[in-house]
Structure formats: C-alpha cells, structure tokens
Design a protein around this ligand. Structure first.
Ligand SMILES: Nc1ncnc2c1ncn2[C@@H]1O[C@H](COP(=O)(O)OP(=O)(O)OP(=O)(O)O)[C@@H](O)[C@H]1O
Ligand SMILES: [Mg+2]
Length: 156
C-alpha cells in the first residue's frame, strides 16, 4: 500500500493557497475552516493555539485511517511552523510535500484588497518579513513552487 501523503501549503495570505487547493479538488484541512467552526469567523485569530491543535488532531485521525492524501491549508510561513508535520510523518509513516506559493508581496496585497476577508496591510508586511521559503532539506519528499496560474475571469 502506498504511504499516505500530506500536502502542506506555504504562502502569504492572498497568495492563492485555498484557490489552488479547491481547483485541484484536494481534501483540505484548513485553519480558516476550523476558526469558522470554533469562532463563527474564519478571520478571528484569538484562538490559534486551539485551532492548530484541532487541525493536527484531525490530520492525525486521517493518517491513522490511512487516508491517501491530506492537504493542510494554512500559511506555514516558518520552518518552526512546518516541523510538526514532518514529525507526524515519521510517526505515521507518510510523506510530506510542500507547495510554496512564491507570489510577490505586492500581488498578495492586490488580491487581498479585492476580496471579502481583508487582512490588514501591516499584518501582511510583518508576515512577509517572517516568511522562510521551504526547502527540501527540511525533510519534504517533494517541493513544488506555484508562481502564477490562470483563474477563470481573472488575469494574474
Ligand atoms: N492565480 C491567481 N490569479 C489571480 N487571482 C488569484 C489567484 N489565486 C487566487 N486569486 C485571488 O486572490 C484572492 C486570495 O486567494 P486565496 O483566498 O486562495 O488566498 P490564500 O492564500 O488562501 O489566502 P489566506 O491565507 O488568507 O487564506 C482571492 O480573491 C482569489 O480569487
Ligand atoms: Mg486561504
């Protein structure tokens, strides 16, 4: 049997992670969805510890059930934020792939402005400063970089 695969999305708000995952029809665990379930608001950042505990609890259950693929949709900007998934992969004998949305900050800001859930620009600036692009050396089986891709009705 093939080893289960975790697909870890990495990128700033507005870099297109959720859009990409939806277009590929991937089974997604998303921090925004868990915020919505817990707090009725996908943007509410007040319970992040709990949000990520639940996200990882759900992921562990999926891995225990040997689901073939689980995509984790959150920003995962730093190595430290990504490390827990690599540790889980050891425990559950699975693979972890990273998909890095290498989108310029200005493009993220533009996209961010034109959507309903707007992240404040100063928050985006601080997140961009924290961003550590993922590397294979962290332990990923595969690293995919997404730059621009067409979205129907929009031009990138
Ligand atoms: N390739 C693209 N070209 C143009 N617009 C895009 C592209 N991908 C996403 N968008 C638009 O940019 C906005 C942000 O995309 P999306 O919600 O997928 O980002 P995200 O990375 O999931 O952000 P967050 O981390 O805040 O959830 C949306 O309005 C989406 O329609
Ligand atoms: Mg998203």
């Amino acid at each position: 049997m093939q080893r289960p695969r975790i697909v870890l999305l990495v990128g700033l708000p507005g870099s297109g992670k959720s859009t990409w995952a939806a277009r590929q029809n991937l089974p997604v665990l998303s921090s925004d969805e868990i915020r919505r379930l817990l707090l009725d608001d996908p943007a509410d950042q007040r319970a992040n510890r709990r949000v990520f505990q639940i996200l990882r609890f759900l992921l562990k259950q999926r891995l225990a059930l040997r689901r073939a693929l689980s995509c984790v949709d959150a920003t995962h900007l730093t190595r430290a934020e990504r490390r827990p998934y690599l540790a889980l992969a050891e425990i559950y004998d699975c693979e972890v792939e990273a998909v890095f949305f290498d989108v310029p900050l200005e493009v993220c800001k533009d996209r961010n402005r034109s959507r309903s859930r707007v992240v404040p620009e100063d928050v985006l600036d601080r997140m961009a400063a924290r961003l550590e692009p993922p590397t294979l050396e962290e332990g990923f089986t595969r690293l995919q970089v997404v730059r621009e891709f067409p979205v129907s009705g929009k031009h990138s």
